[in-house]
Ligand binder design. Structure first.
Ligand SMILES: C[S@@+](CC[C@H](N)C(=O)[O-])C[C@H]1O[C@@H](n2cnc3c(N)ncnc32)[C@H](O)[C@@H]1O
Length: 258
């Protein structure tokens, strides 16, 4: 996923779900004054700047966005960086860099954890970057029909080579019968307190097929597909049939403190 401009234009679902989770976080009075904040997997930076910063208490001291993609980080700094908002490159399945250890009052992550197979490493990274008494709010996908279409296409000889790593793209919770318990157990084993995990069944209908195609392109991690993108999309729509633009999906919202 290296198309920050395109992603910014079509990431409707993630922004909607992020706002709803932040509404609840605000209603529950969870913001700290003078808070240092990290946005994990900040992508193009638009959610960090146009949503997260608006919800944060104005006294916040800094927001650090981090992302594995140097292209995303460069774009985010150019478009949304400021005196108090900086974006840095960082992989959340690696050990937390020393300078981020115990630094933050709040850790947020929106639509990132579904991309991570090493869940325990990612949750440990989040825990370790918090101060004692700090808290995290995490929003990520469980079941998502796009994964089923990718899986079906990966079984076809035509796409098998390009999609051989398809399982690395699929949320670890896509097939889970009880994602709430799985997430709770991971957080509990790491030491989070006050854990709350909720799973919501949602529907989103895209205005038209083109907008939806742009979304699939923006989130597609398989670069090899780019050369035959139109053909791939044609096959995608054949598999997904008329339901392609109507997405029934599951979003997981997790809260915990240190
Ligand atoms: C779907 S985007 C979400 C971006 C942003 N949070 C939003 O809500 O619009 C997922 C982001 O997670 C980043 N990401 C994936 N794996 C990561 C990792 N191991 N460490 C840090 N960032 C990662 C990707 O580069 C991408 O920018």
């Amino acid at each position: 996923m290296e198309l920050p401009d395109l992603y910014r234009k079509v990431a409707f679902i993630s922004k909607k779900d992020t706002k709803r989770a932040l509404d609840q976080f605000t209603i529950e009075n969870r913001w700290k004054e003078n808070a240092s904040i990290i946005d994990i997997g900040s992508g193009d930076g638009s959610t960090t700047k146009t949503i997260l910063e608006k919800y944060a208490s104005p006294s916040y001291t800094k927001i650090v966005g981090c992302d594995i993609s140097s292209k995303m980080v460069k774009y985010a700094n150019a478009h949304f960086g400021s005196e108090r908002i900086k974006f840095i490159q960082c992989d959340i399945v690696q050990l937390l860099p020393q300078f981020l250890k115990g630094e933050f009052d709040h850790a947020f992550s929106f639509y990132v954890l579904q991309r991570i197979q090493q869940q325990k490493a990612a949750f440990s990274f989040i825990y370790d970057c918090l101060k004692d008494g700090g808290s995290c709010l995490l929003v990520f996908l469980g079941r998502y029909p796009v994964y089923d279409v990718y899986r079906t296409l990966a079984r076809k000889a035509k796409w098998a080579e390009d999609l051989k790593d398809v399982e690395t793209f699929i949320s670890p919770y896509h097939d889970s019968q009880n994602p709430m318990n799985v997430v709770r157990n991971i957080m509990d084993s790491i030491g989070f307190k006050g854990i709350e995990v909720n799973v919501f069944d949602e529907t989103h209908t895209y205005d038209d097929a083109n907008t939806f195609k742009c979304l699939v392109k923006a989130i597609n991690p398989f670069n090899a597909l780019n050369e035959r993108w139109d053909e791939f999309m044609q096959d995608y729509f054949e598999v997904a049939s008329n339901n392609a633009v109507k997405i029934d999906y599951q979003v997981i919202v997790a809260y915990g403190s240190k």
